[in-house]
Design a protein around this ligand. Structure first.
Ligand code: KG4
Ligand code: ZN
Length: 337
């Protein structure tokens, strides 16, 4: 079955082709226009999607060496994400579904991230623990089988990706902040500064990142401009280390509570090389297997949507044209069952 995957939930316009569960093309356009604003401007994101989506879909078809008439089904993100941005992809998919007389399926963006791991690691088995770390979510899920997800941990304020983005903004770096901080941190000492790893009293398994961002702000305010410039790499490295330590601490706790030793780490932050390296230590101490998607499948892409959609379509599950975009769609809603 040839499936066209479409993703437009935030600031990536993406198209991918999946042939019987194998990704044969994956095209992503990151909207660089948001860099100047230090974050994604929803209205601009929608307009950019609208102007680029046709080109991106055609590129995905071209790279797969197929034409539009070869497509047998469409998988598209319908939430979570920015309402206007989601609507562009969803309406495009609905229109194409009517024009080509083929079915389409709405895919939960978060579930897409989970499935990204299977693209790179097809031998992954259920059950496993999934640490989902994106710009909007930081959660640990127990994935018992496809569609059966139990939440063990979530952030009570900012997501880890958001902590990278806001930290980068404080350091005068551009959006998205994760890759910028990672680059800067490569030449820095992660032990130079001590940033706190906030604990959540009401539930010690949960994450909190807003205090860390505030600690960075106060640290910067207490330094002279020269001192900041001389130590930017050290600050970035120490700040990044605190985010990573927080993620790995909670993950370790959930591993010991559940006894599940197969781990998958997905989402944009999972592209971070220092994070991937430090996670390997868990493997030695605690875990039998730890899986990451390759970096192109960590950040937003349509390949993960196509694969997640394939799992539903195989079971004969399609979406009605009345399906609505849902900016706050949780993982348990609209998941593959
Ligand atoms: O999964 P994603 O592409 O989009 C969402 O669903 O949110 O994640 C985007 C987030 C951003 O906050 C970005 O700064 C972060 O992932 N990110 C990274 C890296 N690449 C992207 N964070 C740390 N290190 C990276 N290399
Ligand atoms: Zn995402």
């Amino acid at each position: 079955m040839l499936i066209l995957g479409i993703e437009s939930s935030c600031d990536e316009t993406a198209g991918a082709i999946c042939s019987d569960g194998e990704i044969i093309s994956n095209v992503v356009l990151s909207q660089i226009i948001h860099k100047q604003f230090g974050g994604v401007i929803p209205e601009i994101a929608s307009r950019e999607h609208d102007s680029q989506i046709t080109t991106i879909i055609h590129k995905a078809l071209e790279k797969a060496n197929i034409s539009l008439s070869d497509i047998q089904a469409i998988a598209v993100t319908f939430g979570a994400g920015l309402m206007g941005a989601l609507l562009v992809g969803l309406n495009f998919a609905k229109g194409l579904s009517i024009a080509l007389k083929i079915p389409y399926i709405g895919v939960n963006h978060l579930e897409g991230h989970l499935y990204a791991s299977f693209i790179s690691n097809p031998k992954m088995q259920y059950p496993y623990l999934c640490l989902l770390v994106t710009g909007g979510h930081t959660q640990i899920w127990e994935v018992q089988y496809p569609g059966k997800y139990i939440l063990h941990s979530t952030t009570v304020d900012d997501a880890a990706g958001e902590a990278f983005d806001k930290g980068a903004c404080i350091l005068g770096l551009t959006y998205p902040g994760g890759p910028e901080i990672e680059k800067m941190a490569q030449n820095g000492d992660p032990e130079k500064y001590n940033f706190p790893i906030p604990k959540v009293k009401s539930n010690p398994l949960n994450f909190s990142f807003s205090g860390l961002k505030t600690a960075l702000l106060y640290k910067i305010r207490g330094m002279s401009e020269n001192d900041i410039e001389d130590n930017k790499c050290n600050i970035a490295a120490s700040y990044q280390e605190a985010i990573i330590k927080s993620l790995l601490q909670r993950l370790t706790q959930v591993i010991s509570i559940t006894g599940i030793k197969q781990i998958s780490i997905v989402g944009g932050v999972a592209a971070n090389k220092r994070f991937r390296k430090l996670s390997e230590k868990l493997k030695d101490d605690l875990i039998t297997e730890i899986y990451f998607p390759t970096s192109e499948y960590c950040t937003d892409n349509a390949a993960m949507i196509a694969i997640a959609g394939y799992e539903k379509l195989k079971k004969g599950i399609y979406s009605p044209l009345s399906l609505k975009a849902n900016p706050n769609l949780p993982l348990n809603d609209g998941a593959i069952e």
